[in-house]
Structures are given as C-alpha cells and as structure tokens.
Write a protein that binds this ligand. Sequence first.
Ligand code: PMP
Ligand code: GLN
Length: 380
Amino acid sequence: MSDPTETTIFSVMTALAEETGAINLGQGFPDEDGPAAVVDAAVAAMRAGHNQYSPLPGVEPLRQAIASHQQRHYGIELDPQSQIQVTFGATEALAAALIALVGTGDEVVMLDPSYDAYRAVVALAGGRSRPIVLEPPQWRVTPDAIAAAIGPAARILLLNSPHNPTGRVLDRGELELLAAACREHDLIAITDEVYEHLVFDGEHVPISTLDGMAERTLTISSLGKTHSLTGWKIGWASGPSQLVAAVRGVKQYLSFAGGTPLQHAAATALSLTSEIELLSATLAAKRDRLAAGLRDAGFTVLDSAGTYFLSADARALGENDAMALCMRLPHESGVVAIPIGAFCADPGPQAQALLRFAFCKREDVIDEAVARLGGWAAAR
Ligand code: PMP
Ligand code: GLN
C-alpha cells in the first residue's frame, strides 16, 4: 500500500452517495437497526449509571457472555479474565494485535482480496503484507497460493472467513491447508470472524478449533454485523492468554476503555440466539433478491455464501474497469457499489471488472437499486 493513511474506499463511496443522492450499496451497514431489546438494554445501562470507564479488559458481564458464546457455538473454553479482551470494534482488536505482534520487516500473510484495513495497519505496524491470491469466480484457497505467499519473514496469518469482500465461507479443507501452513512455519493466526453468524450456505469453522491451532490463534469478532449495530463498535479478541495480554498491552494506550453502557447491552445481545438466526435468514433472502435483480440487469453474479456482500462482473455490460465504473455509476444510475480491486494488492483482469454490492438493506431499497441499474443497463 502506497499510503496507509489515504482515505478509505468506503468513505469515498459514501461521500459520493451523499453528494449524488444515490442508493448506497457500497459501505456495508444495514439500514435497519438491530433488536429493540439490545437498544433498550443500552438505555437501561445508561440509566443504571454504567457511564464511566469500563475496566481495561471490558465489563465482566460481557466477558462472561463472550466466553459462553464461544463455548455454546464452538465448544471453545475461555477464561473470561485472561483470555478475552473487549475492544472498540474488531478494528481496534486488529490494530492492537498487529501493533503488538508485527515487528519491523515481518511479513503478514493474508487472503487477497482483503478488507482494506489489513494492509493499512500492517504497514503502520512496520510490517509487510503478502497475498494469498484467491482467483475469481471461485475464490478458493489453494496450496500453490499459500506456498507462494509464505517466505522466511512470515510471522502471522491474518485470516478472514466469512470473507469480505467475496462472501466466501472457507470450507474445512481450505482451513486445514492454512492451519497446516501455520504449524509448519510457526505462524500466529489472527482470525477476523465478524461475519461468523451471517452464513447462508455451508458452515463457519473457527480455525482455532483445528488441531494444534488453539495455542497459536487470536480470534477477533464484534457485535456490529451480527446484530445490525455497526455504529456501536463493540468488539473483542480471545485466545491464549499471552496473545490476549499482547492486545491488552497495546489497547490500553490506544483507547484504554470505554463504551461502557454499550458493552453491557452487548452482553444482552450475545444471549439472543433466535434473533441472530432470523437476521441471517432475512439476509439470505436479500442476497437472493439482489442477485436476481443484478442478473436481470445484465451483470454476471458470483456466488456469495455469507457476509453482507456479493460481487458482480460487469464485463457482459461492456465494462472492464470497475474502479472507473463505480465512480460513474452514482451519477449515471443513482447506485453506489465498491470496486473489488480496492481490496486487492494487484487485481487480475476479472477482479478489476468486479463490483461489490451490499445487500444488508431494506427490500424496497434493493428493488429500487436494481430497477435503477436495469434502466441504466437498458439505456446503453
Ligand atoms: N473486519 C471485516 C472483515 C469487516 O468487514 C469489518 C467491517 N466493519 C471490520 C472488520 C470492522 O469491524 P468493526 O466495525 O467491529 O470494527
Ligand atoms: N466493513 C464495512 C464494509 O466492508 C464497512 C467498513 C468501513 O466503513 N470502514 O463495507
């Protein structure tokens, strides 16, 4: 990355949506808030006087709730005091982990495409990013791509599944390949599982549950995606106590502690299993609705098994450069999308023609967006 402090593609595209009045299927945030019970719990926590700094590790009820969530869903046992650290979103957990664990010149191996913050924070931490290149349209992890990415300076695997921006949910075989590479090259795995509950096809397998991985994996997640509360920025890191202590050590000088009432409400949120299942089912239907509409408009739609996102190839519409198209599309069609190339170190020709669309929007918003895109495509 040339400049790790350059404005993110999300800010650029959301500003364009605001400027043009276009429908924003770019930045991934839902247009409906999460469960009322969770919002009520936040209000109640404020009224109950939970308004001062939280303890550095995070409030006790939330750490208990995270431990119980990991136990219930994945059979992972965690000590809430030494093995869990609450953070300002997954973003702060990622930043603290990379600052703590990456030394100057160390290499961090990551799927490519990747969420844009990864390359930026690795650079800020003095490290170098090395891509495990996923090829569209399948975006599968292959032994060759792993071998090409791991050199003698590799220290960390930074993983993300369910995967932004592709919507891939890595299967057990792919995770086993990555776990084997971690064991062979003595890598620490930092795994970003913020979309863990937004899986429509297949199953989310935390890499820390594979053989020999619990002791070398720091797992990161957050409340925002699962509970449609992206602005709350309550996240957490969990795993071996020495890795959690490393995150805690850096986090104390980034933000120390805060968001206290939201942390209390997050503890309530983590206990709401049926709401999570409902949200995931609703999102799957929205994915299908958007995919069908984009196909009707003439895009080639790639599979998405999870997250908020799907990608669509614009070449059948005569467009090879999604970056340029995404800058024009709000003006020409009234819809904002994000070019997949923004997530790639060196996008190939198909990746350069792909747009990422977010489907975490109301059905009428999705319908209006695809109607606009259909009109735009037909008028060309
Ligand atoms: N990781 C991925 C893969 C994401 O898509 C996002 C988007 N918000 C984040 C991390 C950031 O999570 P948070 O909002 O909890 O900081
Ligand atoms: N994670 C969201 C996305 O990928 C939003 C990220 C952001 O705004 N930084 O769209």
